[in-house]
Design a protein around this ligand. Sequence first.
Ligand code: DX5
Ligand code: ZN
Length: 221
Amino acid sequence: MLILSPSILAADFTKLGEQINETVQAGAEYIHFDVMDGMFVPQISFGMPVLETIRGCTDKVFDVHLMIEDPGRYVEAFAGAGADLITVHAEACTHLDRVIQQIRAVGKKAGVALNPATPLSVLDYVLDELDMVLIMTVNPGFGGQKLIPYCLQKVRDLRAVCEKRGLAMDIQVDGGIKASNAREVIEAGANVLVGGSAVFSGDVTANTKAFMDVFAGLEAL
Ligand code: DX5
Ligand code: ZN
């Protein structure tokens, strides 16, 4: 299934609930939370209280992208705040296997994110433990950047590895994704697309529908 995960980092925070509703009404299945700590990435964004507040207004999947150092410290807290899927960066974990187990232990789906320059091989021994791999298509830290083209090759390579190993893995792409390049990333093997500025700049409903049109066109094939 093709899924759009709007990144609220790009939303208008004065009307956050309203804008999330617009994306959901127009077909978004996930909501992407970009949590930044000012250490792993330069920016500081938001944390658990924002999830808790929004949890009250939707039952959609909370897709939490932790761009924080040593994320194991906060797995329980984000699970308690309403996360359904918790994604940590391989680069931020000294003990990646342990953090994946922590996510499993609180009954949530586990994802691992890889920065553009990080090779897929870091996942060789843990791939079977994951629900999703997030291939960053920009260097994390800011919305509104341009997709780095070589990352698509990484998506293709990962899809091939998963097929070879018989894993029905969700592959998420994040950074510079737009309706105009959605088809290309899906054809490379991604099935969960994060959209920040492409969803929230301008008409949120129309922007979301533009992604849905691409999905419908591909699903009809
Ligand atoms: C990058 C974040 C992304 C970002 C996406 O650090 O992980 O989720 O907000 O924004 P766009 O779609 O504008 O590149
Ligand atoms: Zn993200």
